[in-house]
Design a protein around this ligand. Structure first.
Ligand code: NAI
Length: 326
């Protein structure tokens, strides 16, 4: 028998988690042989709602769901966690500046970092989803000195999936025939969805997608503003697709992936991105948590402008975060 893997999910009574938890319990992330123990963290006012979610998880009668813990105490939630999915965050309200959002989220991620450092498995893998995801991941890394940097990431797989899907839709081809796309930088409206090397069935399609001018005018803003478009239509932010992206991210990270995917990881200086920020790169997931930034891609002038802009935003966020921490 396989011993259960302990997965901690924060913000467990929220929108994204409502879609994510059944994927985890059903075995679609870690496979049909792997039992799962869920540790669910919420803030006290959301504990009654979380109790309802736990009722539904039990009623789902998932054969792989070993046990469920619900708590508002990070030290309980992170105890022995093999995987931590940090979805819970202070939401951006109308009129809030980036600095205000950082100010609200820094203490949350600082506190969770201490609890993770103290109580999680020494090999825990952490994916930060709550926004501003890249900078929250940086804060987490700063306050969890015993967790190897390489075990901390932020989610840009949703942006990657959106890019794949838009290429497929525009060319009317199956999404699985698309390859060669990636997301550079911040999970924000400055992110750079790079389709300059996109292929369909191994044939380059950048020209078919309109070339530089049309891609700049139409394709890139569509991806950058997709989150806002979903909020406008649905009244809530992307949850189903975010949950699926988290499942994809974890699956690739833990089990490996034959395709190049996108993940925000600590910069190692590749492509001139300064160390100290969590930057989304094209990566190869080798299995067992090993991730390699894809090296040696030739960056053209067009792409360089976008990559520089999103890097500048992340450096500025980092400075603001460090100033708040002083
Ligand atoms: P939601 O508001 O429905 O749920 C968030 C939950 O987190 C709430 O139940 C809240 O009580 C809880 N929470 C807040 N502070 C907490 C804390 N300190 N500890 C534990 N739980 C806490 O929001 P939703 O739609 O589930 O989104 C969650 C976050 O994910 C947001 O920050 C959103 O901006 C972000 N997001 C990130 C994406 C990405 O691609 N990186 C994609 C979509 C959303």
């Amino acid at each position: 028998t396989v011993s259960p893997i302990t997965v901690c999910v924060t913000g467990a009574a929220g929108q994204i988690s409502y879609s994510l938890l059944s994927m985890l319990a059903a075995g679609s992330v870690f496979g049909p042989e792997q039992p799962v123990t869920l540790h669910l963290l919420e803030i006290p006012p959301a504990l009654p709602a979380l109790a309802g979610v736990v009722m539904e998880l039990l009623d789902g009668a998932f054969p792989l769901l070993h046990s469920v813990t619900q708590t508002a105490d990070p030290s309980v939630a992170f105890a022995d966690a093999d995987i931590a999915v940090l979805v819970g965050a202070f939401p951006r309200r109308a009129g809030m500046e980036r600095k205000d959002l950082l100010e609200k989220n820094l203490p949350i991620f600082e506190r969770q970092a201490h609890a993770l450092n103290e109580h999680a498995s020494k090999h825990v893998k952490v994916v930060v989803v709550g926004n501003p995801a890249n900078t929250n991941a940086m804060v987490l890394a700063a306050f969890a000195p015993d967790i190897p940097r390489a075990n901390i990431s932020a989610l840009t797989r949703l942006d990657h999936n959106r890019t794949m899907a838009q290429v497929a839709a525009r060319l009317d081809v199956p999404v699985q025939s698309v390859a060669g796309v990636c997301i550079w930088g911040n999970h924000s409206s400055t992110q750079y969805p790079d389709i300059t090397r996109a292929t369909v069935d191994n044939v380059p399609v950048f020209d078919k997608l309109g070339g530089f001018e049309i891609v700049a005018r139409d394709f890139i803003p569509t991806i950058q503003k997709r989150g806002a478009a979903v909020i406008k239509a649905r009244g809530f932010s992307s949850a189903l697709s975010a949950a699926r992206a988290i499942a994809n991210h974890l699956r690739s990270w833990v089990c490996g992936d034959e395709h190049i995917v996108s993940m925000a990881v600590p910069s190692d200086g590749s492509y001139g991105i300064k160390e100290g920020v969590f930057f989304s790169f094209p990566v190869r997931c080798m299995g067992d948590g090993v991730v390699e930034i894809v090296k040696g891609i030739e960056i053209d002038e067009f792409s360089k402008r976008y990559i520089d802009a999103t890097a500048e935003e992340l450096y500025a966020e980092r400075e603001e975060a460090l100033a708040l921490l002083e």
